[in-house]
Ligand binder design. Sequence first.
Ligand code: CP
Ligand code: NVA
Length: 302
Amino acid sequence: MPKRDFLAIPDFSRDELTALFDLAAAMKRQDYRDKPLAGKTLGMIFAKSSTRTRVSFEVGAYQLGGHALFLSARDIQLGRGEPIRDTARVLSRYLDGIMIRTFDHADVEELARFASIPVINGLTDLLHPCQILADLLTIRESLGGWEGKAIAWVGDGNNMANSWINAAGTLGFELRLACPEGYDPDPAILERNRAKAPIVLTRDPKAAVTGADVVNTDVWASMGQEAEQAERERAFQGYMVDDALMDRASRDAIFLHCLPAHRGEEVTESVIEGRRSRVFDQAENRLHAQKALMATLMGDPR
Ligand code: CP
Ligand code: NVA
């Protein structure tokens, strides 16, 4: 069997995603006792900071009987210029899977091309698909699924927004994005998925949120964009998710944020700590979703 990677949501079909969520839910219920990673090691390359991704992958690998290695990009030879294609082939001789968090998405694609073991995208400037797995699992738990639901995105057209667009295209739900001018999602990803699902882009957060079942946001300046903080704060005026905006959503709407959050910028304290917020279930679900992902990609066939 050829190895499989998970670099973007469309790497899995709708049926494969459903199977993944079923497995993740069984793992969460503790209805799953297998150790599909016994004797196996996941290497985790980080060129950016992380709390959730690092800890959930490491704990998840351990719970599945395997082991995870933290590899700071600064400390391995990659950080001194060793080519990605050499790193990929060397690591493939030791490891059973690689998770990588870095800047340029093309670097992750190159790593996957040269690695003979599964590669998982743990966030790039373009995409954050593992987070979307956890978000969809949270929506399934809180709302019973995404069929017939409207999902709103308020804020930057960043890696999270692009991954939501990929998810809408793959699963067919309605997605409404409100992004300030100059901060739109990736045009190619938007174009590709608009043909497959009702996806709208507006400048008006109220229009995106009115009647929505899920309201999502994220930081205004992502990792690597710290120098743009002040300029972005100006551009994103009016994009804070507050109670007045949430009140426009459907009665049972939930609020999601991948975290870390900046209270008083993209979201108010009362929304993130309020009754509609599911942000800590969402963070927990990183563990369950990624365990299902590792079992699927790296586990021995049953
Ligand atoms: N949401 C998320 O990916 O968090 P970390 O940056 O802490 O991994
Ligand atoms: N958009 C954010 C997500 C962090 C998990 C970033 O890239 O920094």
